[in-house]
Design a protein around this ligand. Structure first.
Ligand code: IMP
Ligand code: ZN
Length: 349
């Protein structure tokens, strides 16, 4: 690994107040937390037919790629976190872990999930998570403020996508700040969601889209369609040719960049120093370093900043400026922007 510029170490990047804008709730649950849930469930139900998470997702295994990553959720994590107790427990743990890592502002995203065998509707799911987020925000001991983005999955039908938008609009005043498009980039037809995202735009809620994650999801048609929805931010932006890079710059769209996720999942060619953060950091658009799925790729945001320092030669002041660069692209409005500006004005490198 390349050496860090003088003085940048893990203590500094943990202490640095950080802004996390691209984190999937279920992908952010740590293995230790999944293991706790599994132990609690096994104690209640000795016949539980699910492997221990420490066996199913071994410590140190981070080489999930586009083929193995998505099934991890559908065939394991969603089966484990399939009741209110586990959803509440894991959401609290995720918030605590981001805060303990020095995150001061978090936009967490999640795909509304109904669990009919537990009589849980998508609305119940969203309410429960918002209750936990709001309780976290109201606790004066907490230094991090969190907000929620609801995700449309690429496998959704147009009706399901509109249902996510309905939920986002319903909960807009109590913590939902935007709508995301996520899911397996090898699947789905984004044209189906034009109406849903037009409704989001018209409502004043913000839009973030997974954009050009793989070559399969980076055709000119797809990227033109996604940009025509006037997104406020884009996630990953990997396979983006010049013409689209210029459009992103012209529209001043914020980019959410995920170093470890892209390297471990082999979504980019090469390693950290080849990451397109090296290109976007020289642009004028808002840039946010993000974790994506810290539970899977095991690199907390403080580690992502350390990697940026090591591989792109950033010093303490530059890392602080990089954090501040994300402020204009947050989804929650002027009050939070002012709070964050104040946080950075008093932070001494
Ligand atoms: P959830 O939405 O809270 O359940 O978080 C997990 C879900 O996020 C997964 O099932 C995927 O649909 C989505 N997700 C997580 N990481 C990625 C990614 O890198 N690309 C696209 N979708 C993702
Ligand atoms: Zn993502």
């Amino acid at each position: 690994m390349a050496a860090s510029p003088a003085g940048v170490d893990s203590d500094f990047t943990r202490r640095l107040p950080k802004i996390e804008l691209h984190a999937h709730l279920t992908g952010s649950i740590s293995r230790a937390c999944l293991h706790d849930i599994w132990q609690q469930k096994s104690a209640r139900d000795p016949a539980l037919d699910l492997e221990d998470p420490l066996v199913a997702i071994p410590h140190g295994k981070v080489d999930y790629d586009i083929k193995t990553f998505f099934p991890l959720f559908s065939s394991y994590i969603y089966k484990l976190c399939n009741d209110m107790t586990s959803i509440e427990y894991s959401t609290k743990a995720v918030l605590e872990e981001f805060q303990a890592d020095g995150v001061v502002y978090l936009e967490l995203r999640t795909t509304p999930r109904a669990i009919p065998e537990q009589n849980i509707t998508k609305d119940d799911y969203v309410w429960t998570i918002l209750d936990i987020i709001n309780a976290h925000n109201e606790d004066p001991n907490n230094t991090m403020r969190a907000h929620l983005i609801l995700s449309i999955d690429r496998r959704n039908t147009a009706t399901e996508a509109n249902e996510v938008v309905d939920l986002a609009l319903k909960h807009a005043l109590v913590g939902v700040v935007g709508v995301d498009l996520c899911g397996n980039p090898a699947q789905g037809d984004v044209l189906l969601f034009a109406d849903a995202f037009a409704r989001v735009k018209a409502s004043g809620l913000r839009i973030t889209l997974h954009f050009a994650e793989t070559e399969a999801s980076a055709s000119d048609e797809e990227l033109s369609t996604l940009l025509s929805w006037q997104p406020d931010r884009l996630g990953h932006v990997i396979h983006v040719k010049n013409e689209f890079q210029e459009a992103i710059k012209k529209q001043n769209i914020g980019v959410e960049l995920c170093l470890s996720c892209n390297v471990h999942a082999k979504m980019i060619t090469g390693s950290y120093s080849d990451h397109h953060f090296g290109v976007w950091r020289h642009s004028s658009v808002p840039v946010a370093l993000c974790t994506d799925d810290v539970g899977v790729f095991c690199s907390p945001l403080s580690q992502e900043f350390l990697l940026a320092a090591e591989h792109f030669g950033l010093g303490k002041k530059q890392l602080k400026e990089l954090c501040e660069r994300a402020i204009p692209s947050i989804f929650s409005g002027e009050e939070e922007q002012a709070r964050l500006r104040e946080v950075y004005s008093t932070f001494e490198c």
